[in-house]
Design a binder for this molecule. Structure first.
Ligand code: AMP
Length: 155
């Protein structure tokens, strides 16, 4: 059954065309001024829900295809998560999509670092990829960490 998609107003997108909420994974189609944009999302994904504004977050930056918000359990004075609005499970899936989204995400990471005032001193961008690396939320996200001295190896 057709439902209103909260994402219809995000990233300059408007004028929802169609979508289907009947399965765990769905694809929303939105009409932008120049093209129909297909946004993949997973209905029980925490970060999809943050992107859709169904769960609150401390959002610090939004671009057409990415959203940045503060980590609820910060590991540094600046600890921001940068996520694509479209759902991809991890960094490997994001890279495989090969549609420029990975570039956009890195660009957004640097914009966050500049905005947070940590770009000059230095900051770290981390993609935990897979459970063995500590990934707990399976919607790819970059941790942007800064504002303190960061040791290596990270542990
Ligand atoms: P990872 O362990 O690499 O998958 O990172 C997931 C991150 O998401 C952790 O650093 C959590 O603290 C963070 N996190 C979990 N829930 C939320 C939330 N609702 N808002 C912001 N950050 C969150």
């Amino acid at each position: 059954m057709a439902q209103r998609c909260p994402r219809a107003t995000l990233g300059g997108l408007s004028g929802e065309v169609s979508h289907n909420h009947s399965s765990r994974e769905d694809h929303c189609r939105h009409q932008s001024s120049s093209a129909t944009v297909r946004v993949r999302r997973v209905t029980d994904c925490l970060f999809c829900k943050i992107v859709a504004r169904q769960i609150p977050a401390d959002i610090v930056l939004e671009t057409g295809r990415a959203l940045a918000f503060r980590d609820v359990n910060p590991q540094a004075p600046t600890h921001v998560l940068v996520v694509p609005k479209a759902h991809h499970e991890n960094a490997a899936a994001l890279a495989a999509a090969d549609d420029g989204l990975a570039d956009d995400l890195l660009t957004a990471c640097h914009a966050v670092a500049v905005q947070e005032g940590v770009a000059e001193a230095g900051y770290r961008v981390v993609f935990n990829t897979g459970t063995g690396a500590g990934q707990t939320v399976f919607h790819v996200h970059a941790h942007v960490l800064g504002g303190r001295s960061l040791t290596w190896p990270p542990g």
